[in-house]
Design a protein around this ligand. Structure first.
Ligand code: FE2
Length: 238
């Protein structure tokens, strides 16, 4: 395994500078690229486009802060590494559009001593993960997984779990919703949070199974008929 990936496994994340080339080329130089749809480009470009829920259905392209999550949480085996390659930083860089990494080890430690029953639910609960848009593209049915596996690898995204539970008639739905909300709050309050200001030609690589991540509020600027906003390329390694 590439030394930089070993570093990510040891530290949870690595912030790299001077990534001048093409995102796919860089990703391929590191390891096996995760391709959710075999026939399409595995690079996902995320450009901030405003805060209109209809025009921009993807939260990642809207300006407000994202909720804490892991990537591809609906997949049987989510990618191990997420690579965020910055094309253009937020116009108010480094104040806005920060990448956020949250280590959950202190949260698990807290759960172990103060809320073992919640820890049990997170490890054994059958949480449904359903993408509201385009779910059928990836999955015929709604998969269920625990939030923490036997090795405390995390899989989490409230926005994929809670809306589905709210519509379901499962007898344990209230308990599972409660567990999700409680876990998210503990991560925000007790998780170890690191903020990374990614500048142009910089990349952030995170261990997608050991940390949660999000992005802080973004802004947009209209400059002589041109819209300037944060734009990143995302790529994933298996
Ligand atoms: Fe993400």
């Amino acid at each position: 395994m590439q030394q930089v990936l070993e570093q990510v496994l040891a530290q949870g994340y690595v912030h790299l500078r001077g990534i001048v080339g093409d995102t796919l080329e860089f990703t391929e130089s590191l390891g096996e690229v995760f391709r959710p749809l075999q026939d399409e480009s595995p690079i996902v470009t995320m450009k901030i486009e405003g805060n209109d829920l209809v025009a921009n259905p993807y939260a990642s392209c809207r300006t407000p802060e994202l909720s804490l999550h892991t990537d591809y949480a609906t997949f049987p085996v989510p990618p191990r590494f997420t690579i965020t390659h910055c094309i253009d930083p937020d116009p108010e860089f480094p104040r806005k559009g920060l990448s956020i990494v949250v280590f959950i080890a202190p949260v698990i430690e807290h759960l172990r001593t103060h809320a073992p029953s919640l820890l049990r639910v997170l490890r054994t609960g059958e949480f449904p993960f359903r993408r509201n848009e385009e779910h059928a593209l990836y999955h015929a049915t709604t998969p269920t997984y625990p939030i923490l596996d036997g090795e405390d690898r995390v899989r989490f995204d409230r926005t994929l779990i809670v809306p589905h539970l709210e519509r379901s008639e499962r007898p344990d739905r209230a308990a599972l919703i409660d567990a999700v909300i409680h876990f998210e709050r503990l991560c925000a309050e007790r998780g170890e949070r690191v903020e990374i200001a990614l500048d142009r030609q910089e990349a952030l690589i995170i261990d997608n199974r050991r940390v949660l991540h999000s992005r802080s509020e973004c802004t947009m600027r209209h400059d002589e008929g041109r819209t300037v906003s944060r734009e990143v390329n995302l790529a994933f390694l298996v």
